[in-house]
Structures are given as structure tokens and as C-alpha cells.
Design a protein around this ligand. Structure first.
Ligand code: FPP
Length: 263
């Protein structure tokens, strides 16, 4: 039986990367920006101020990422489970997405950043949808850097949505069930353009994925940093990249640069 498609392409990537040590950097980094609430609580501030400081940390990180050799950054802004928070906090997070895009879109557009928002659009207010669509439209041709914001995103929801789209194609007679493999599945995920992250960072000391990029995390390196998100900055990002560079990625293989049985 042949190995899964994903493992084949990952093994090929590993073999290419190992032939050029200087290229050993995380191209695509994803971040679970955790700890805004604890940061605010430690200062006797409302949680909203933690989230607002979190936006400043996001701005610092977006600026630092290309300098750290990163081409694509995916950040977890609002999960499908975050609707369980108090109404005022949900409203604050919605407003922060809007104000972040309003304040930074011109600069991001000028600097060649493509902005994408992944996650379910259902349930988002018209003004939020409008700003997301405007940001994506205005930056669609940019190719210097990809900033992908996961908003109303859940890994399980994304997988379920992909499965539904494939089922619809089968029902319409445009897809044979036996053509559904890992590659066909990945094409239906909201991350199809950006692909899988090389590195997933979670701040605040918590060690779990919390429904973030579940499919895409298959071979990502995980780095957990003991810093609350509002305190995050370029030095923390560099430290995470350095930690990544010390990892030995084998994608289920041996890591030895040899002729691959599945090449
Ligand atoms: C987790 O901290 C953080 C979030 C749920 C939201 C992250 C949002 C930002 C950093 C603001 C910027 C976002 C966008 C989309 C521009 P938490 O509140 O769960 O912290 P806690 O675990 O300490 O309570």
C-alpha cells in the first residue's frame, strides 16, 4: 500500500530542505495568541484592555516576521468556541479585528502583504464581513508576505466544511469517491492557499492546540512559550524560530538523506 499523499510531499520537502541547511527556517508560522485575559488580570485591568494590548503585540509580530525569514503568518484571532464568552468580550474582539484592519490596511497593502481571513463567515455582522472582504480584495495581488487571520475559525468546523463540499461534488457527479485522498481534501480546507504551518507557537504556557489547524498541524513543530501574548515581541519570535531550527523533522521517515522508497 502506498503512503499517504501528505507524507509523500512532506518527505520530498524534508529531503529538499536537508540539502540546504541555510534554508532551514519556518516558512509558515502559526500563533495561538494566548494570555490576554491573564495579562489584564495581573494588572487589575478589564480583559478588554488585555485584548487591546494583544493587538499591539500582533502588530510587533507582523513587523518582525519577515525579518525572521518567515513568509506566511497565521494567527488565531477568534475561535468558533469564543462565542461562549460574555457578549461584551465578543463585541470587543469583533471591534478589534475591525479597528486593526482599518488602522493597518493601507500600510499592509503598501508593503506587499496579502491579508486573508479564514473561518466561517456565517454569524459575522455585515460591517465585519465588509471590512474582511475589502481587506482581502485590496491585498489579493500582494505576494511579499501572507498574513492569515483565523477568525470564527475552528479546525473541526473547517474539516467538516471540507467534507461537506466534497460530498456535494460527489452528489453532483463531478467527483468520484475514489478520487478523495489527502490532496483532494486539503484543497477544500480554508488553508488551501497557505498550506500547513512549519511551526505552531502558543503563548501563555498552555500546551494544547484548542481546535487550531488540526489537519494542518500533522507535522508542524510545536513551541510553547511562557509569555503572555500582550508581552510578545520580536525577541520571542526569534527564540521560537531558533528552537525550530534545533528540531529534527523526519515526517515519519529516518531523516537520512537517502533514496526514498516512495519518491
Ligand atoms: C486568548 O487570550 C486570546 C484571544 C481569544 C483573542 C486573541 C485576540 C487578540 C490578540 C486581539 C487581536 C485579534 C485580532 C483578530 C486583530 P485569552 O483571552 O483566552 O487569555 P486568558 O487565557 O489569559 O484568559
Amino acid at each position: 500500500m502506498s503512503p499517504p499523499q501528505g507524507a509523500k510531499s512532506a518527505a520530498k520537502a524534508a529531503s529538499q530542505a536537508s540539502s540546504d541547511a541555510s534554508a532551514w527556517r519556518p516558512i509558515h508560522v502559526a500563533i495561538i495568541m494566548d494570555g490576554n485575559g491573564r495579562w489584564a488580570k495581573a494588572r487589575g485591568l478589564p480583559r478588554a484592555l488585555g485584548h487591546r494590548s494583544g493587538v499591539n503585540a500582533l502588530k510587533r509580530t507582523v513587523e518582525a516576521a519577515p525579518k525572521a525569514g518567515i513568509d506566511r503568518l497565521t494567527v488565531f484571532g477568534f475561535s468558533t468556541e469564543n462565542w461562549r464568552r460574555p457578549i461584551a468580550e465578543v463585541a470587543e474582539l469583533m471591534n478589534l479585528l475591525k479597528s486593526y484592519v482599518e488602522s493597518d490596511l493601507d500600510r499592509l497593502e503598501r508593503e506587499g502583504v496579502r491579508l486573508r481571513v479564514i473561518g466561517r463567515r456565517t454569524g459575522l455582522a455585515p460591517d465585519i464581513l465588509e471590512i474582511i472582504e475589502r481587506a482581502e480584495r485590496r491585498t489579493t495581488k500582494n505576494d511579499q508576505f501572507l498574513l492569515q487571520v483565523a477568525f470564527n475559525y475552528g479546525g473541526q468546523a473547517d474539516i467538516a466544511d471540507a467534507a461537506r463540499r466534497l460530498a456535494e461534488q460527489v452528489k453532483a457527479g463531478t467527483l468520484e469517491p475514489d478520487r478523495i485522498d489527502e490532496t483532494a481534501f486539503e484543497r477544500e480546507l480554508s488553508t488551501a492557499d497557505a498550506g500547513a504551518p512549519d511551526l505552531i507557537i502558543r503563548t501563555s504556557g498552555e500546551k494544547r492546540l484548542s481546535n487550531f489547524l488540526l489537519w494542518e498541524a500533522a507535522y508542524a513543530e510545536l513551541v510553547f512559550q511562557d509569555v503572555l501574548w500582550p508581552d510578545y515581541g520580536p525577541a520571542h519570535l526569534t527564540a521560537a524560530v531558533e528552537e525550530f531550527r534545533r528540531r529534527d523533522r523526519r515526517y515519519g521517515g529516518t531523516g537520512v538523506d537517502d533514496v526514498l522508497a516512495t519518491a
